[in-house]
Design a protein around this ligand. Structure first.
Ligand code: C5P
Length: 399
């Protein structure tokens, strides 16, 4: 693979030298771009000697006025390590005032970002917002890891190990197109079921898992339609997002968009009950107890199960107990090909978290545990298994 390695100006820049060497050892071509600040930490000569190539350092000290465009076009993947807080902010906002940030805008291939900074800088809402923006664009973020930091503090902020970054680069570069030609329909987020014109019933779903699935599918070449309940997430790049509010609206959009979809993933936490007739005036406050009568919402997944044809249908099961048993029951009653089961309540996975830990229960009878990882990572594992499952089901069908 032809890899561009962008080096930011942090103390971890010295580790980028090891990353460059590792990538070369694994048989890749590496060309390095350094920011001005990076050159205060490591000299370009180090990278030139390691890669045997010229190192790009200055947007204006170049042989051709469009060198950054030519460099962008010649390479398969852009990896940025270390990505400082400043560099992440620049990339997130599209500011282009040096070779690396300009090249980033001109680059259309996959991007891997490995942040490294002080723990407080990492946890600052500004950095977290930029992180979300970069993830929403489909970039794969590796790390940061937890541990001793150069500033003397301990916490999240260390650059991920060079091996882990190299693995992520190879994974990202290797499977860019295994969903090409495929339409993937994904639902995400909660639904809101109005009680009156100003109040609603809803749940704690953040939509992060469904959005991570959309980002992963788009990164692997799929046409993605994302039907999303109300969430606080940026629409992923290259994904058709259809916003909905209620279960009834979600059902309507699912069936309107079902046609070309070969894979349908129901990651949304659809409300199970709603008020069939919503009063058109706000309910008045009273001293007495009131009761409302709720009707079941349409079970979109079950309906899909009846009409799926040869589509792959994936449901989610968020449970507080008997995880696999419940998932298997759901798989069978709703005619799914896979149910992604996760325990909710208590630990830092599932709802609202950036991480998850799941069991993939398959139609073939298998159950595959995926240990704690980022939702983006989990999303990729789900697609890996789905592609395998499709081959198995086809082979069984042929026999
Ligand atoms: O049965 P339960 O609601 O726990 O199943 C969860 C799965 O069913 C999720 O994939 C969810 O998106 C889907 N579902 C649905 N329509 C509903 C309720 C749940 O599609 N009304």
């Amino acid at each position: 693979m032809k890899i561009l390695l962008g080096v930011g100006g942090g103390i971890a820049a010295y580790k980028a030298a090891e990353l460059a060497r590792l990538l070369m050892e694994r048989g890749h071509d590496v060309e390095v771009v350094m920011t001005g600040a990076a050159q205060d930490f490591v000299r370009p000569l180090t990278f030139a000697a390691l890669t045997g190539r010229k190192v790009h350092t200055d947007l204006f000290a170049i042989e051709s006025a469009i060198e950054h465009i030519a460099v962008a076009e010649e390479h398969d993947l852009l990896a940025i390590a270390p990505a400082t807080a400043d560099l992440m902010a620049k990339l997130a906002h599209g500011q282009a005032d040096d070779f690396l940030s300009t090249l980033y805008l001109a680059f259309t291939g996959p991007v891997v970002v490995a942040p490294a900074m002080n723990v407080n800088m990492w946890e600052h809402p500004a950095t977290q917002k930029n992180l979300e923006t970069l993830q929403g664009r489909g970039h794969r973020v590796v790390g940061p890891a937890e541990g001793y930091l150069a500033c003397g503090m301990t916490g999240l902020g260390r650059l991920a190990e060079p091996e882990a970054i190299a693995d992520a680069i190879e994974r990202e570069g290797g499977k860019r197109s295994d969903l090409e030609g495929e339409t993937v329909l994904i639902t995400a987020g909660p639904t809101q079921e109005p009680l009156d014109p100003v109040r609603y019933l809803s749940n704690r779903s953040s939509g992060k898992m469904g959005y991570a699935l959309a980002v992963a599918a788009a990164a692997r070449g799929a046409d993605v339609v994302l039907i999303s309940g109300p969430v606080q997430l940026a629409p992923p790049r290259g994904v058709k997002v259809i916003p909905v509010r209620t279960a009834v609206e979600m059902r309507e959009q699912v069936f309107l968009n079902l046609g070309p979809a070969g894979i349908v993933i129901k990651a949304a936490a659809v409300a199970d009950f709603h008020l069939a007739r919503v009063p058109d005036q706000k309910l008045k406050k009273t001293a007495a107890r009131i009761s409302v009568e709720l009707d079941p919402t349409p079970d979109i997944l079950a309906e899909l199960g009846r009409e799926k044809g040869d589509r792959l249908l994936i449901g989610f099961a968020a449970e507080t107990q008997n995880l696999q048993q419940e998932a298997r029951r759901k798989l069978e009653t709703k005619n799914c090909d896979m149910v992604v089961a996760n325990l909710v309540g208590g630990n830092d996975t599932g709802f609202e978290s950036d991480q998850n830990e799941v069991v993939l229960v398959l139609r073939t009878g298998e159950a595959i545990s995926v240990s704690r990882a980022s939702k983006r990572e989990i999303a990729d594992r789900i697609f890996d298994q789905l592609l395998k499952l499709r081959l198995t089901l086809h082979a069984a069908h042929e026999r």
